[in-house]
Design a protein around this ligand. Structure first.
Ligand code: ADP
Length: 449
């Protein structure tokens, strides 16, 4: 039994975990930096502990402070949330070494999937189809040139420790290769402290479709369908929907089974997401995230399954509360990520919120930590709200989303609300006809015309 959980995070995900705990009668401990003393997750938790100064390295990434906080408050488990230490295998080890339950997968899987070269090797062994590319890391431009000749241009050089779309460079022709190779390496070194890179064919115009999988410690593994995450800028997701507008039920069942079987073969535990690029009816594995995803609510909306609750139950050694046969998909859900950022430059726009109104009504869920008078700190991610809307079908969902976006107020700073308001009126979004390049190459260019 888990009685008290320390939530090692902030923002919307800290609130999300806190809400699942409340629903389960589990006590909560919030942690916060000195910049987050007035944050909503701190206000709502049963207890809270200040773990350090504003920079993440001093607080949300401060492992000794987190472990001390858990010990002082008598927590018996730690939920790492999303980002920060959620995919840090050392942290998971330290948590277990202190006789605390880490609410997440096994350390081996966090490690293997955290290195994308290793992840692709593991995925291939487990039977997943890969994007054609290098067999492991690439150490020199000469090697890169050889691999690129077999893979075929354009190619993408990617950081093995990559995340958030960083450390990724395209070489359209052999002439670009040397520059792409060295800039990917230096960006990777600066961002992740690791300059290991690998190569993939740069797919022309794919969609990003990911599969949610879940596994307990009693041998049950299931998939919960897909999320379509192709609306991206700078390789970062902005709007996600489930189900994908393009998959047939047969394709869904097929890729879902392949992903769940692969997870079972790995002996995976907990929640995981296998990300694929999808082009011309084919799936290509790119990476696996060994944690809760930002966009998990759309899966919750169409399956009726509380993913955080399941995650906590699995960590406590309980069985999945459903089987694959029990999983059915009801209607359509869309999530809009609302960032406090400049609409053109996408630079963060922190500051004090003067006015905030969360939309409501049938089918509308707003996961946000804002309130009037709240000061958005400049130190963290610019995501301030997730608007999640459910409808009977895609058209119904989009109509409700338009209504919700109209009602939503976040003032005075610029946010991505206006971008979302324009997106939901766009004919390509309405028809579901978009790929990962669409937002930057088509939609934002339309604006400039
Ligand atoms: P990160 O971990 O940094 O998010 P991913 O490997 O998940 O990196 O890729 C992020 C995004 O980059 C994908 O959703 C897709 O838009 C694009 N991308 C990644 N690999 C390829 C590829 N081989 N061809 C084309 N686009 C790619």
């Amino acid at each position: 039994m888990i009685k008290k959980i320390l939530i090692a995070n902030r923002g919307d995900v800290a609130l999300r975990v806190l809400r699942a705990c409340r629903d389960m009668g589990i006590e909560t401990v919030a942690v916060h930096s000195t910049a987050d003393t007035d944050a909503m997750h701190v206000r709502l938790a049963d207890e809270s502990v200040c773990i350090g100064n504003a920079p993440s390295k001093d607080s949300y990434l401060n492992v000794p402070a987190l472990i001390s906080a858990a010990s002082i408050t008598g927590a018996d488990a730690i939920h790492p949330g999303v980002g920060f230490l959620s995919e840090n295998a050392d942290f998971a080890e330290v948590v277990s070494a202190h006789n605390l339950i880490f609410i997440g997968p096994k350390t081996d899987h966090i490690l293997a999937m955290g290195d994308k070269v290793e992840a692709k090797r593991t995925a291939a062994e487990a039977g997943l189809p890969l994007v054609p590319g290098s067999d492991g890391a690439i150490d020199s431009v000469d090697e890169a040139a050889k691999v690129a000749d077999t893979v075929g241009y354009p190619v993408l050089i990617k950081a093995a420790s990559g995340g958030g779309g960083r450390g990724m460079k395209v070489a359209a022709t052999p002439d670009d290769l040397s520059e792409a190779f060295s800039s990917a390496r230096s960006e990777a070194k600066a961002a992740f402290g690791d300059d290991t890179v690998y190569m993939e064919r740069y797919l022309d115009n794919p969609r990003h479709i990911e599969i949610q999988i879940i596994a307990d410690s009693h041998g049950s593994t299931a998939h919960l369908g897909e999320r379509e995450c192709s609306v991206q800028r700078r390789h970062q997701k902005l709007l996600e929907e489930a189900p994908s507008p393009v998959l047939t039920p047969e394709e869904r069942a097929h890729i879902g089974k392949i992903a769940a079987d692969a997870a079972a073969r790995m002996g995976y535990l907990g929640l995981g997401t296998m990300e694929f690029l999808y082009e011309n009816g084919e799936f290509f594995f790119i990476e696996m995230n060994t944690r809760l995803q930002v966009e998990h609510p759309i899966t919750e909306e169409i399956t009726g399954i509380d993913l955080v609750r399941e995650q906590i139950r699995i960590a406590a050694g309980e069985k999945l509360s459903f089987t694959q046969e029990d999983v059915s998909f009801n209607g359509h859900a869309i999530e809009c990520r609302i960032n406090a950022e400049h609409p053109e430059t996408f630079f963060p726009t922190p500051g004090t919120v003067s006015n905030f109104h969360a939309p409501g009504g049938p089918g509308v869920r707003m996961d946000s930590f804002l309130y009037p008078g709240y000061k958005i700190p400049p130190h963290y991610d610019s995501l301030v709200a997730k608007l999640i809307v459910h409808g009977e079908d895609r058209e119904h969902c989009l109509q409700r989303l338009r209504r919700a976006l109209q009602e939503c107020i976040i003032e005075p700073m610029p946010t991505s609300l206006d971008l979302h308001r324009r997106l939901v009126m766009d004919k390509d979004i309405i028809s579901g006809d978009y790929t990962i390049r669409w937002l930057e190459e088509v939609f934002l260019n339309k604006d400039e015309d």
